[in-house]
Design a binder for this molecule. Structure first.
Ligand code: HEC
Ligand code: HEC
Ligand code: HEC
Ligand code: HEC
Ligand code: HEC
Ligand code: HEC
Length: 490
């Protein structure tokens, strides 16, 4: 074809008049409108919702680019067709003096407004949905079931998952999206680990999550707590201990600094190095006080140099690592059921048998329900009260054991005490010393972190000693390394 015979190039406005490009334009308009709306929402409730950012800055622009791609694609197709057929493009003319055109334009405007409204409502609804506990806890049921169930039984049952797991602001939002994308892939292709490993490596520092609600400067002072136990003997005998926990506080303007909350991130820095993934072994600790005085404590015999990148600053999570997902130990769960009369303590050896039934290996929930029922029924032939006991033990299992995800107290250590896991004794084991030989608070000083007010059973338990009693161990002689014998299933 010679240049003279080629028809003149069509105007760009003619090229755009094709279905692809028109749909693309509508999508672009919708996305721009949604973006403006979301942007205003985001500005008004500044960073109130971590997912709002996703919609505003990821989803809406995504649609924009999709629309733009359609427009360009449509133009390109049109051009190709045009250069092939060399046909003259028909011209669309709108003439408002024609009733038919006025009608069509009216419908077009009406349709656009409805579309914009619907997309606005849609965006708003999506925003609410992604914020919800349902989205986090139930969108991929089996995977998050252990966390959702335990969360519903904890003091944070009304705090949204995102408050602790994402928090506010853009950086962490993006970070969580990157790992979230991987998680989506892992769930879709069944590649996720069972159990979900902890400690969570990219969990946001507590200052930006916990401390948004909890005022770190609060002076807590002493907290009384009574622990009720049922021993593994024929009569499931009771044993209690009442402790005054010296929580204290860390801020000198709101109370004397000292006690357990001395480690808070106020006025001083406590850092440590853990030699294992689960942070259960801590051979090195460093404190820096307000005036810059640094003290290093090392476990006896530990002389290694410390890689600065492996040092972690202690925060709330190093003690309160199960604020929302507490997997009760079988020992504690059975004791609680006894004390609430959900289990009948007059059934002989019930403590022992219930803990035994709970700690067998089961492959899934159904297997566990059957296993528990068969085992307990066989131990108590002809005992009518065992039916109710079986129900309770099964309920304990459903609340705290998740065989499909291999999640239970066994996989998730709790760091707040020292009875079933090392907890405080990771550092306060009496084996860590400063360079000058100074020791830290030692595990055998039973009245350093708490005062034993009363202990035992019956008349003994009523005798309170404000200055603190010497510990009486119901299991006979013991040493202060409780985890040598106790691991939650005794
Ligand atoms: C009060 C804060 C808080 C809330 C609310 C919360 N979590 Fe957690 N979550 C944590 C902490 C702290 C950990 C443990 C982190 C660690 O050990 O590194 C954790 C751990 C997890 C883990 C790792 C596995 C495990 O069991 O430890 C998953 C999964 C999880 N949370 C999901 C959820 C889901 C889903 C929700 C909402 C239903 C939720 N979380 C609500 C604080 C919270
Ligand atoms: C969105 C607000 C919010 C966030 C974030 C939050 N908490 Fe809480 N937390 C609460 C509320 C509210 C309670 C009180 C519940 C009650 O007493 O009914 C509470 C209670 C507690 C308690 C006392 C529990 C008990 O047994 O009475 C501890 C400990 C605690 N939170 C630790 C944490 C830690 C650690 C984090 C961070 C991982 C955290 N919280 C994050 C709101 C929050
Ligand atoms: C050295 C360990 C440790 C650290 C670090 C720590 N706590 Fe605690 N906290 C405790 C202990 C122990 C208790 C006593 C209650 C218990 O055992 O559950 C307690 C009690 C609490 C309570 C309940 C008291 C009340 O006022 O009702 C809250 C809330 C709390 N801590 C929040 C926090 C927050 C928020 C942080 C981080 C800024 C933090 N804790 C850091 C060990 C710690
Ligand atoms: C990462 C190591 C580490 C862990 C874990 C830890 N502490 Fe400490 N704690 C220290 C250091 C370091 C000191 C300062 C030296 C000292 O007084 O022993 C200290 C001091 C204390 C003090 C004395 C504060 C004061 O009044 O001067 C108490 C009480 C205490 N810890 C209780 C606890 C309790 C309870 C836990 C467990 C919930 C715990 N600690 C877990 C490192 C740790
Ligand atoms: C470094 C501080 C510290 C020292 C030292 C310490 N405790 Fe504790 N202990 C705690 C804390 C914190 C808790 C509370 C855990 C919780 O939140 O329930 C606790 C809880 C307990 C409990 C209840 C445990 C449970 O979960 O049922 C007993 C019993 C106990 N301590 C006995 C002792 C004895 C005995 C000693 C001395 C050999 C001792 N403690 C030394 C910090 C300490
Ligand atoms: C040498 C092993 C051993 C050591 C170490 C040990 N215990 Fe025990 N403990 C036992 C035995 C055995 C029982 C009796 C269990 C039963 O009858 O239910 C027991 C019972 C208990 C009970 C009451 C029963 C229950 O359900 O928990 C408490 C509380 C307790 N121990 C606390 C501690 C504390 C705190 C430490 C560390 C300071 C500790 N024990 C160290 C072996 C030990």
């Amino acid at each position: 074809m010679s240049p003279e015979t080629r028809p003149p190039s069509p105007a760009p406005s003619a090229l755009i008049r094709n279905w692809f490009s028109l749909v693309g334009l509508v999508i672009i308009t919708g996305s721009v409108f949604s973006f403006i709306l979301l942007f205003v929402l985001d500005a008004m409730f500044s960073a109130s919702n971590p997912y709002l950012g996703l919609l505003t800055y990821v989803v809406a622009p995504g649609f924009f680019f999709f629309g733009a791609a359609l427009v360009i694609g449509g133009v390109w197709l049109r051009r190709r067709k045009y250069s092939k057929s060399a046909a003259i493009l028909p011209n669309i003319q709108i003439d408002l003096s024609r009733p038919r055109d006025r009608h069509l334009l009216g419908w077009f405007l009406f349709g656009s407004v409805v579309f914009l409204l619907l997309s606005a409502m849609g965006s708003y609804q999506t925003y609410h949905y992604t914020e919800s506990v349902q989205f986090c806890g139930q969108a991929c049921h089996t995977v998050m079931k252990p966390e959702l169930v335990t969360y519903q039984h904890g003091p944070h049952a009304r705090v949204a998952c995102t408050e602790c797991h994402i928090g506010k602001g853009a950086t962490w939002f993006v970070r969580s999206k990157i790992s979230g994308t991987y998680q989506l892939y892992a769930v879709a292709f069944d590649k996720y680990p069972r159990p979900v490993p902890t400690p969570i490596k990219n969990l946001r520092p507590a200052q930006e999550t916990c401390e948004q609600c909890h005022w770190p400067s609060k002076f807590v002072g002493n907290m009384e707590r009574t622990y009720n136990y049922y021993l593994s003997d024929e009569s499931n005998s009771t044993w209690s201990i009442s402790l005054l926990l010296k929580v204290g506080g860390g801020d000198p303007t709101h109370g004397p600094v000292g006690g357990i909350h001395w480690h808070m991130n106020i006025g001083r820095k406590v850092e440590y190095f853990a030699s294992d993934e689960s942070r259960q072994k801590i051979p090195w600790i460093r404190t820096t006080d307000k005036s810059g005085v640094v003290t290093e404590y090392r476990a006896k015999g530990f002389t290694n140099a410390i890689d600065p990148a492996a040092i972690r600053r202690m925060d709330c999570i190093d003690c309160h690592n199960r604020p929302a997902h507490k997997y009760q130990t079988p020992d504690d769960a059975v004791a609680l059921a006894f004390s609430l009369n959900h289990l009948d303590p007059t059934i002989p050896w019930l403590k022992t048998n219930a803990v035994y039934a709970l700690t067998r290996k089961y492959t899934n929930d159904t297997d566990a329900m059957q296993g528990i029922a068969t085992l307990l029924a066989s131990r108590y032939p002809g005992e009518p009260r065992i039916t109710a006991a079986i129900d309770t033990v099964q309920q304990i299992y459903r609340d705290n054991f998740f065989p499909e995800m291999k999640a239970s107290w066994r996989n998730y250590p709790e760091n707040i005490g020292h009875k079933n896991w090392p907890g405080c004794f990771r550092c306060h084991d009496g084996n860590h010393f400063a360079a000058d030989g100074k020791s830290m608070i030692k595990s055998d000083d039973c009245n350093a972190c708490h005062t034993i007010l009363s202990q035992g059973t019956g008349a003994d338990l009523v005798k309170m000693t404000p200055a603190g009693q010497e510990f009486k161990h119901p299991g006979g002689d013991s040493d202060h390394d409780c985890t040598e014998c106790h691991s939650g299933d005794l």
